[in-house]
Design a protein around this ligand. Structure first.
Ligand code: LMR
Length: 386
């Protein structure tokens, strides 16, 4: 049986990592996978993370299981960071990365009777796969005009009509991947009204808190929405904000009526148990240590501020360039790691093959991975193709 399995197409993002690695050119530029790089092109371990790891190594007395829900102090602290006081009323469970949290959320929605998940397009390329793996139907919704680099709220809200009560809509809380285009507070209010009117559940994906305008600023809109809706599912990733990508730190939060919370918790526990049983400890313990110790927390915030300032500076430098037809100036207005350029497949291929510059097949660039020293060559290559 197993020998008859057909070959699967490689993941569109992970494929770029492989192509980049296999390119022998020493001046190649990696704008593919979403990882922050400093001026030297390295992705360093944050100081607070190193310090927290030293504490854990010295103090940890056991490696026995943490428990089904995971590290409850981690959940309380990361929940507060994201949602403030509201988090106290949310059901929460630790997850294996933000992706694991999304999968838990999708499975929970299916168990609750959802049939479809609306995906504003273009979306993170893994969102449709997660939705399908949870045996839900992904429904595409127009969302962003790439040529004009503009959110189309009317088209997005209009597309909600393709879903039915109890279905969900994935909305990225901040620093949209792949667009860098975030909703304004008024747009979040309009989304809450539209979701409530149709009985749809917001399924928020929060993966880049602190990469846009600041820890609190980046979640202000999502909090406005969460205050207004009766139910919500929220997947949180700690990978980027703490620079601990490979530790797979995530959490799922659910807003629902108090009487429903025990049932939600029991369903999440059952989904997790049948999947990976209990969550890993190390990454969540790092986040717990960093957020609970005043000095580590201050050190982490300072380094995150530095990362954000670096990304903003790169955005400003790109926006100052003129590249034929490309709307470069709008890159400065976008947030977080990513922007998507209006380039076609042929242009993307020429950038890869002739110039050694790697972006995704959909022309997403990881602004946070672009070294200052590479900006002139990147801009020259863009001028050659666009
Ligand atoms: C990305 O979009 O590049 C990251 O979220 C990494 C991933 O897993 O795709």
């Amino acid at each position: 049986m197993i020998e008859t399995l057909p070959l699967k197409a490689p993941d569109p993002l992970l494929k770029i990592i492989k192509m980049f690695r296999e390119d022998p050119r020493t001046d190649k530029i990696d704008l593919g996978v979403g990882v922050y790089k400093d001026a030297s092109g390295a992705t360093p371990v944050m100081r607070a993370v190193k310090d927290a790891e030293a504490l854990l190594l010295a103090q940890q007395k056991t490696k026995t299981y943490v428990g089904q829900q995971g590290d409850v102090d981690f959940l309380r602290l990361i929940g507060q960071l994201a949602f403030g006081e509201m988090a106290r009323d949310f059901v929460s469970i630790q997850a294996v990365g933000g992706t694991g949290a999304l999968r838990l959320g999708a499975d929970l929605l299916r168990e609750s009777g959802a049939k479809r998940i609306v995906l504003p397009q273009p979306c993170w390329p893994n969102h449709p796969s997660i939705v399908r793996a949870a045996r839900l139907e992904p429904v595409d919704a127009p969302f962003f005009n790439i040529a004009e680099q503009r959110i189309d709220m009317d088209a997005l809200i209009g597309a909600f009509d393709q879903a039915e009560r109890g279905d969900a809509v994935i909305l990225q809380a901040c620093c949209h991947n792949p667009l860098g285009a975030d909703f304004s507070i008024d747009q979040w209010k309009a989304l809450a009204d539209a979701l409530n009117a149709r009985g749809l559940i917001p399924f928020l994906d929060l993966a880049y808190q602190g990469f846009g305008d600041g820890i609190d600023e980046d979640v202000a809109g999502a909090r406005v929405l969460l205050e207004r809706v009766p139910e919500a599912v929220i997947a949180v990733s700690g990978a980027k904000s703490f620079g601990i990508y490979r530790e797979r730190v995530g959490a799922l939060f659910v807003k629902t009526a108090e009487t429903s919370r025990p049932a939600v918790m029991s369903n999440l526990a059952a989904i997790a148990r049948a999947n990976y049983s209990m969550p890993p400890d190390h990454g969540a313990a790092i986040v717990r240590e960093v957020l609970s110790d005043a000095a580590l927390r201050a050190s982490w915030r300072e380094e995150l501020d530095h990362i954000r300032a670096h990304i903003k500076r790169t955005r400003a430098q790109l926006a100052a360039e003129r590249v034929n037809s490309l709307p470069m100036h709008l890159i400065a207005l976008q947030k977080g790691m990513f922007s998507t350029l209006p380039l076609n497949g042929n242009q993307i291929n020429v950038l890869r093959e002739t110039h050694g510059i790697y972006m995704t097949d959909a022309a997403r660039i990881n602004v946070a991975g672009l070294r200052e020293a590479d900006i002139p060559r990147f801009v020259e290559a863009l001028r050659a193709v666009a």
